[in-house]
Design a protein. Structure first.
Length: 267
């Protein structure tokens, strides 16, 4: 029996982690969401006794401490695997390249804030809040969901000059993960930055401008992988990601890896 906690669990990749982990009824799955009444996750939890909804916001340290207390009450004060999946971006400025950022302090902060809040500050607060439970767990694994968009070789080969705040925040996350891995190694706690791949998490009909942006990215990504056909589904992403998490050991701790288990195949 293993216990897993996933932040940002109400939709997309986070929800898929919950769904796949819940298929093993011996698992205890803790889904941290800002709104436990969200239709999809609440409906799913109501039909799966091993899934527990916990209210928490990774941008609110107090709520994370409260979430950790709630989790401890469910698991007996321990946790095997923490998956920090929460993510946010300023979609309006995603197309900006570095030279397009304004000479405006507040405007620039506003562009970076969503990504930094979830990846860096949220990553710190989430990890620190649940660390006492991880220390008492059996697997002792902490995973932060990163992105291949933070890989320097991919950026240069594909010409990815946009998505600045998102990419910078994920690169910072990778460094932060390495710092945690170094600090926590004496306690046999393993920490990993994991890219889930290029995943189609869009719900409903995709707007034409989003489809056009994805096609543009596909053409760029093919500079790295000419065989690439497009985005993968959350089911494939999470299935492969869970295999990587299962294989996480002390030697791999502190690494930045793809859902394919390496630092090359980001798609």
């Amino acid at each position: 029996m293993s216990s897993y906690l996933i932040t940002g669990a109400s939709k997309g990749i986070g929800f898929e982690f919950v769904r796949q982990l819940a298929t093993d009824t011996t698992n205890t799955v803790l889904a941290v969401v800002r709104n436990p009444d969200s239709l999809n996750i609440s409906k799913f939890a109501s039909s799966h006794p091993n899934v527990h909804l916990i209210k928490g916001d990774v941008m609110d340290p107090k709520s994370l401490l409260e979430a950790a207390s709630a989790a401890a009450a469910i698991t007996g004060g321990k946790l095997d695997v923490l998956i920090h999946n929460s993510n946010a971006v300023d979609m309006a400025t995603m197309p900006y390249t570095p030279s397009q950022f304004p000479f405006d302090v507040q405007a620039t902060r506003d562009m970076f804030e969503p990504s930094l809040n979830t990846a860096i500050y949220g990553g710190l607060w989430t990890t620190n809040a649940f660390l006492p439970l991880i220390e008492k767990g059996v697997q002792k694994k902490i995973v932060h969901i990163s992105s291949g968009m933070a890989d320097l070789d991919l950026i240069k080969k594909s010409g990815l000059s946009y998505a600045v705040a998102y990419s910078v925040s994920k690169a910072g996350m990778n460094v932060q993960v390495a710092k945690y891995a170094t600090e926590l190694a004496p306690k046999n706690i393993k920490v990993l930055a994991l890219s889930p791949g290029w995943v189609d998490t869009w719900e409903g009909e995709m707007p034409s401008e989003v489809a056009q942006a994805n096609q543009f990215m596909l053409e760029q990504f093919r500079a790295e992988d000419p065989s690439l056909q497009g985005q993968i589904r959350p089911e494939e992403s999470v299935r492969k990601s869970l295999e990587v998490i299962e294989g996480l050991d002390s030697e791999k701790s502190g690494s930045f890896m793809s859902h394919n288990g390496n630092r090359v195949d980001w798609f």
